[in-house]
Design a protein around this ligand. Sequence first.
Ligand code: PSU
Ligand code: MN
Length: 306
Amino acid sequence: MTHPLLQLAPEVAEAIEAGRPVVALESTIISHGMPYPDNVAMAREVEQIVRDGGATPATIAILDGVPRIGLDADQLELLARDPGVIKVSVRDIPYVVARRGHGATTVAATMRLAALAGIRVFVTGGLGGVHQGGEDTMDVSADLTELGTTNVAVISAGVKSILDIGRTLEALETLGVPVVGYGTEEFPSFFSRSSGFRVPMRLDTPEELADLMRAKWALGLGGGVSIANPVPAQDEIPAEEMDGVIAQALADCAAQGITGKDITPYLLGRIVEITSGASLRTNIALVRSNARLGAALAVAYAALAE
Ligand code: PSU
Ligand code: MN
């Protein structure tokens, strides 16, 4: 049933086979989204939160050219500290597999591999989207294309204002992707609960989210669902505070001449530096919160599928 090129961890394979709840987790956030050792501590803690919520965690990455669904402690450690790990979006998957390399998967690549394994719920921190100036550079994350085609629900804390949030929401509408505010009318901007943009739809419980997923896919409406879960209020950094930080990081990025797939990792690292680590604490807090919701959603969705 499972794709022959995928390697599933035994507990993940058993859970999928039995129809028990499974939550996919990405690995670019580990290798290229946070500094060591906070990244590996976060990765372990998030897996534990998913377990405590009654689901099986499946962190996804490519190791020695093998797409793996579910990793052990040594594999998480390797992803967290090996500088040879490549950032892998969908276009990079065949290269890393053929070259037998190590790859940390983005939201787009993780969605695709999760879907191949039969996993429908995926937890991350922030989505990629239309970059600022994207109307000229055409720098639009493949995360959006993937949300348009692959049947996985992605829980994030919204989109950072390193991106053009308005154009990102427009692109998601064009692609037919439901963007659901979880308990909110306003689309969150990762560090902040607000963004100045409304969500097109709001739901308030994991059961309601599961119903939407089932309705979409039962009707043959392929593609993803973007669930925007605002950072908990006590952990947020107000948008006004982040605006200056992000403007500084974007200016530094341009001055350094950084382009393409290196832009997002550079900006994430620079924001941690400029905020002296405050942004990292918020980042970790929102991932924890997303993991709690992801486990609850996987449980609710598995109950429907019975
Ligand atoms: N935004 C974050 N943290 C991240 C990323 C984005 O706040 O770690 C990562 C995710 O893996 C996302 C990827 O899928 O960056 C998007 O990169 P790009 O813009 O190159 O598609
Ligand atoms: Mn890009």
